[in-house]
Design a protein around this ligand. Sequence first.
Ligand code: ARG
Length: 822
Amino acid sequence: MEKKKEKRQPERVGAVRSTTAGKNIAARKTTVDSRQGACLYPGGDVEGTHMILAVAHAADIKMKRGFGRKQGSWGDQGPYLDMGTQTVSGVEGAVRALALNGTSLAACRPATDEWVEWGFRRLAAATSHASEEEEGARHLLQELAVLEAALARCPRSLLTSEAAKPITTLADIVLAPLSLRALKFFGEHEYPLTRAWAASVVRGPESPYAATAALVQEGGAFEGTGGKIDPRRGLLAVITALFTEAMHEAFPELAGNPNFRRADVAKCGNAVHGDYQCNSPMAIYKAIKATGRPSVLARPQDVAKALIDSLPAKGHEVCAEVSVAGAGFINVRVQGAYLQARVKDILLHGPQAAMARKLRVLVDFSSPNIAKEMHVGHLRSTIIGDSLCRMLEFLGHDVARVNHVGDWGTQFGMLIKYLKEEYPNFMQDPPNITDLTGFYKAAKARFDESPAFKERARVGVVELQAGDPESRAIWKLLCDISRAEFQKVYDRLDVRLEEYGESFYNDRIPAVIEELKAENLLEEDGGAMIMWCGGKHQIPLMVRKSDGGYGYDSTDLAAIRYRLKDLSRDWVIYITDAGQATHFHMIFDAARMAGWVDEEHGRHRLDHVGFGVVQGEDGKRFKTRSGDTVRLVDLLDEAVVRMTASLTQRIEDGKSALSKSEACEAAAALGYGAVKYADLKQNPGTDYQFSYDRMLDTKGDTAIYLLFTCARFHSILRKAEEEKGIDVKALEAGGDVVLEHPTERALALELAQFAEALQQAVLELMPNRLTSYVFFLSARGTDFLEACHVLTHPKRLVLVHATALTIAHCLELLGITPLTKI
Ligand code: ARG
């Protein structure tokens, strides 16, 4: 036994075995130019990308991000590294090359190399087999035992005999994340040494991984511009990247410090001083001072100066005036030529925005309950959810729009029994239930007054869940009626959803419970099965009720697992009223405990957007005059009716050129738009007061104002062509964009800020970032029209057109149909 183990332990093998990658690279060892650093083109392998970044960090090699795919002989797989004199593809090659070329990573010891090879070849392979077959799990067990034994000799770092002063080796950096992945197959108390060591390498305060996690989270936006400015990332991102490069150039010692991963750049509060400002000099000054090293930098202003001097040459394409200001920050004015180019982009390609990494997102929204009326809460969820989906889709993400309808709750026992009792002939003669809410109310009344019926209803649920055919038929009938009602609302609001209701997960629940049980995460509680999700929650999840039934919690556990594991979604977003926040945070924590989520490497992100209640103008819960909850459909109708009346009046007063049928369409766009915009412009978390008068106001921050502005810009273009005979298209193709008047420049700058507004709205899950952007854009546009004559200076029509396109596009992202004519 001892003998066998001996043979398997890589560190006992004296010399470097022919590790192909290692040998070849060692032979070609070059010293990386420390100023240039290396350039990483990240591939699909996110974990591998992290590993490469962590090794670069530990080896003290500056890393830049490459964009796009370089042409070359390698396949399209995985990340690759460009080190100036050599290119390396694949994770294993890249980490070895970095370790060999760096100065400060204990890497070149033969035994380290053996371990690295062992990690990639044996441990990683055993881990991927372990998920597939039982035999695989046994192999993994043996491999982990090797590691555990090695760590018993030196628990803090692999292969450093100097236990008192452990230095991180390449083997540590490579093996730690691989081991953490392998350990997921075992209980929390198994392999304690490996567990502790791996956790400290990956998560410890000085972990080389600390600097990498957040990078990938933000869509792979590494520091720097990677040698190329990509305007689609937005002005803020571009200027931030430029200053980050300057910072790492001027202060290389900060490059690995997580606090200085990125320069701090923001929009200027006061346009008089500049367009953007960099606030980093103060913090850099403090950090340098804290090292105690003597420095020529006497004041933060000196740091600011050093940053300006280090701005990459290409930065001047973007930044015109860069100056030190105040106690030590930097003001930036954007180049006019850069803004002109962005206006041209809009005319050629429409408004542009992009993020570095394409994500698989799932948005769970709307989700009304069968046999119940959709209420204003569902309206908010539908509006916010649809708008976020539109934005995510526009940014190029793959988005699943999921309607998690409540089609499986305990209410079905009651409804089924009531239907059977009221319509005993329902099979031959199916009742025509148009008023499902009335039906629901009647059933509920019987449920509340008759204990015997209550008991029959309870049995009804069990029968349905057990698959009784008659119960199923009634259930389906009820679902179909509801579904048709919901669809009417979605059609009006122009919202697309895919239904995966609660019932979809019913069959998946038992296996999920088994899995959680096997992980020792469940507790028995008076016949029920519960799960405590960490100390911060007062209550547990009800995984299985004492009567054996499954509820809301069980379904959401199965759903989140399905979304993360089966659908491989990177980002799952739930949109409901804020009252359900606790429920979702427990579900998220449960998923973390079950090991379904990998947030560490920025692979997954989970969010609950909880919105506030809709109130009437009296500040109380929104009710009709008679005290009933407001029906969604009525509410939408009312908005359209009011807009139709006001448009008809305009036509009669000769203020509108719309025909009767155009007026109808416009009234719908205005009415639905007004309801949507009033909702979206709020911070989702706050309550909002529903007021027709406010949302239908033609002035102020309303959809009506924006739609009027949008139509106004379009009508100017029409007028130019129809009345003045100006060929706007030819103007755009030929001429340059003129930005002479201050209002023209301010408008062009605002147009160039579309991408950052959109990215912010999406990353923070706040559509109100986009509403305030389009509101300001409209205001800038109006300023421009008031200050500059456009019909007498046709060149200005180019800017009019770009503005018209951008306003219309923002409205579309908010789910509002833009109008070109009112
Ligand atoms: N049907 C629920 C309600 O009306 C919302 C469902 C939200 N999604 C979820 N996965 N639980 O409140």
